[in-house]
Design a protein around this ligand. Sequence first.
Ligand code: 5GP
Ligand code: ZN
Length: 114
Amino acid sequence: MENCIFCKILKGEIPSEKVYEDEKVYAFKDINPEAPVHVLIIPKKHISSANELTEENKEVIGDVYYAAQKIAKELGIADKGYRIINNCGEDGGQTVFHIHFHLMGGKKLNWPPC
Ligand code: 5GP
Ligand code: ZN
């Protein structure tokens, strides 16, 4: 989508540090990491937020979670645990409107996040 920074990352117009890629999903290091492991996982097809999920596109969320599990194993954080976060909308703290999932770990994370 025009003017979407994550679509630009997918097209290679903005550089990113790739962590994982398959047919449906792309993952890269967050530019401003808040944990030792902080990866963003996105569907290749533009979906603005969780509010834009539909019967037709909802299965990609399963692909994202499956990718997260593979990345967590690859990066060695699967056994100790990790968190997958999706911020939706203004109150949720979403700043980039291409749906994305933060995979965070490598330290004991605080809870709750509010
Ligand atoms: P949100 O607040 O929307 O849930 O998360 C957006 C995330 O995208 C933030 O953690 C921010 O650091 C990250 N981010 C924003 N722009 C870029 C970029 O150009 N490259 C990368 N790698 N991460 C970005
Ligand atoms: Zn996009």
